[in-house]
Design a protein around this ligand. Structure first.
Ligand code: SF4
Ligand code: SF4
Length: 441
């Protein structure tokens, strides 16, 4: 592929390591006997608890209600009885109240013939309401409530809607498999979103390391005579970030501290688009998602369709367990994911992968002083100076770090990836933001 688009500033090229699972079709993970379903699975306020111990719930019963404008509904992913409500730690380290449900009774959706709804006659406000009702959030990891993202302020116009099929994090293949196996459904989901947002143009951004997904999307678009455009993109991390993706596709830059809508754009990940298709066409709440379970320490890496609330350790077990002791287990991608200390955290709406890495795949260089090589500056897609920011934060000069754009840092990990001195730059940025928030509070 020639003349592929990409973002011009920064970015890195980690080995993609997708070969473990990119040819492994999605299969259902076993239904767990106990599901632990957190009320805080999204950005914003946690959902308000609606059930109590001994309550009976069905598959898809609303158990947590969006509690403010930026919040999302939470549904039961299995039928059964509420055993308890307790505090759990999520894979990203956040503490949340969670509803523990014991599997019992019949499934009212799974395995039953479901009648498809023809959404073409449904007004766009009702479609948007359905997105909220079904608890849809951004499934690429950001978990921003989708109905909020799609509520466009008066005076703003959506020029571009972009389906994000980049999946630039190494190892992860859940979105890739979804594009291959659910192509028509994703296109129909994009059609529903087009109806809601009324954009001038719909793009589907896919990186060049997924040529089969690019081909099948283009073929189906032709077959269905849709006016969507697939944009093949040059391989570069972190192209899956909304801001980089928009720069790559539209050439426009989201202003510092701003949102994509300020340049007339809305972006949703392919997993989210598929969830919207299921929500609208089959009235299905967001109770399951595809998770890539992979890495050199996993016996049989796979892409699994998983009920929300399933324990991480159960997924590793389903993949034949660990064939060698892992040095590190990560929830999410290796660049932006979270190292796990124990494996009993539940899968939530934003968990796209579980990666178990052997020692040889985890190179942690010994930290030495900065040699002022400037590689971190070259790698930063946000045009920041990670080395200077790190020094400000290290000396607790938070105001100076803020002036230099600390809050624009996407925590993408590109700077740390290239640093020959092994300086934990991203951890520094995270700490700096934490200190800045504390100071503000
Ligand atoms: S983690 Fe932040 S500072 Fe480092 S490259 Fe990414 S955006 Fe730049
Ligand atoms: S890449 Fe590392 S060694 Fe080079 S300037 Fe940045 S912090 Fe210093």
């Amino acid at each position: 592929m020639k003349n592929l688009k990409t973002f011009p500033r920064g970015g890195v090229h980690p080995h993609d390591n997708k070969g473990f699972t990119n040819a492994v079709p999605i299969r259902n993970a076993p239904i767990p006997p106990l599901c632990t379903i957190p009320l805080q699975q999204h950005l914003g306020a946690p959902a308000k608890l609606l059930v109590k111990p001994d309550d009976k719930v069905k598959e898809g019963t609303l158990i947590g209600e969006a509690s403010s404008f930026i919040s999302a509904h939470v549904h039961s992913s299995i039928p059964g009885t509420v055993k308890e409500v307790r505090t759990v730690y999520l894979a990203n380290g956040i503490k949340s109240e969670a509803v523990v449900i014991e599997l019992e009774g019949e499934f009212n959706r799974s395995g039953k013939p479901l009648k498809a709804v023809d959404w073409h006659e449904i007004p766009r406000e009702k479609l948007l309401e359905k997105v909220k009702e079904m608890g849809i959030v951004g499934m690429g990891g950001a978990t921003f409530p989708t109905h909020v993202k799609y509520t466009i302020q008066k005076g703003k116009k959506v020029e571009f809607f972009v389906v994000n099929g980049v999946e630039c994090e190494p190892y992860l293949t859940a979105d890739h498999r979804l594009m291959l196996e659910k192509t028509s459904e994703i296109l129909e989901g994009a059609g529903i979103i087009k109806e809601i947002l009324n954009p001038d143009k719909v793009f589907i951004g896919i990186e060049e390391n997924k040529p089969d997904a690019i081909a099948v999307m283009e073929e189906k678009i032709r077959e269905k005579n849709l006016d969507f455009e697939v944009v093949p993109l040059k391989l570069k991390y972190p192209q899956g970030d909304e801001k980089q993706l928009l720069k790559s596709i539209t050439g426009r830059e989201v202003p510092s501290g701003g949102l994509p809508i300020e340049i007339g754009a809305v972006v949703s990940n392919v997993g989210t688009v598929f969830a919207i298709y299921e929500a609208v066409v089959y009235n299905k709440p967001l109770i399951e998602r595809v998770v890539t379970v992979t890495g050199g320490a996993v016996a049989q890496p796979a892409n699994l369709k998983v009920r929300i609330g399933t324990k991480i350790e159960d997924l590793i077990e389903e993949c034949g367990g660990l064939k060698i002791p892992p040095k590190k287990i990560i929830a999410g991608g290796p660049m932006m994911g979270f190292a796990q200390v124990n494996l009993d955290s539940p899968v939530t709406k934003g968990v796209s992968g579980i990666i178990a890495l052997p020692a040889e795949a985890v190179q942690i260089p010994k930290e030495t002083p900065c040699i002022r090589c400037g590689r971190c500056i070259e790698a930063c897609p946000m045009g920041l100076s990670p080395t200077r920011l790190y020094k400000w934060i290290d000396h607790q000069y938070i105001d100076e770090a803020l002036k230099e754009g600390l809050m624009d840092c996407k925590e993408c990990g590109s700077c740390g990836f290239v640093c020959p001195a092994g300086i934990p730059l991203v951890q520094g940025m995270k700490l700096g933001k934490l200190l800045a928030r504390k100071k503000r509070a």
